[in-house]
Design a protein around this ligand. Sequence first.
Ligand code: URA
Length: 248
Amino acid sequence: MKSQTPHPNSAYPLRLQKFLSRAGVASRRGSENLMTEGRVSVNGHIVRELGIKIDPVSDIVAVDGKKVRPDGGAVSLMLNKPTGVLTTMSDPHGRPTVAQLIADAGYPALFPVGRLDQDTSGLLLFTTDGELGYKLTHPKYELFKTYQAHVKGQPNKAALRALQQGMQLEDGMTAPAKIHYSKGVLTLSIREGRNRQVRRMCEAIGHPVQKLHRTHFGPLALGTLREGNWRHLEPDEVSALVLELKET
Ligand code: URA
C-alpha cells in the first residue's frame, strides 16, 4: 500500500485479494467479498477497493482484526478429481493432470497428499505444507479414507465380512475396514492407502469395481464441491486434520 522501492521478488507488490487467497484465507472471489464487506484492513485501515496492492513483507494485513500470515502461511485445498486425470504435477506424455485443475489457485508449491488412480474420482487433498502432507499419508497416523465403489454383482454377507475383518491380498492382510452395502454401492472406509487397494479388495471378493469415488479424507468431506473444482480448506478443517494427527 505504501509507495516503496520494488521488492526484489517481482511478484510484489501483490493485489490484496491475491495475497489473501495465497495466504489461504479464502478463494480469490471469497477474498474480494471479505474486502467489500469491510473485513480486511491494511496497516490498521479498512480497505474496500479491490485494485489495491500491498507488499506482503512490510504491510500488515488483517481480516476481522486478526493478522494474516504473509506468504509463509501454508495453503491447503481439496479438489474433486474427475476420472481420467492423473494424480501428478506433470506428465511427460501430455495427459490431463491434477496440476492443470489447480493451476488457477496460483501456488506452484502445492503437491497432492497421496494419490487417486486415474480412474478414481473424488476428494484429493493438496498442501504446500511438507510436514502436514507427509504425516497425512504416513501409515502411523492411519486416517480413514472413505470410498464409494459401484461394484459388479451383489456381495453376500461372507464377502462383506471379509472386507470388514481384513483379507489376504498379494501384499499382505488388509486392516479391518468399515463397510456398508446398499443397492450396488459399497461404502468402504479404510485406514491404509496401498496401491489400488479398494479395487483389489473388491476384485478379491469377486465383485470388481466399476466406478470408484472418494468422499472423505479423515475428517474432511467432499460435500457439494463440483467435479473438476477445488476449494481452499477452511481454517477449522485444517485444525481438524491436525487434531486427527495428534489423536492417533
Ligand atoms: N483404492 C483404489 O483402488 N484406488 C484409488 O484410487 C484409491 C483407493
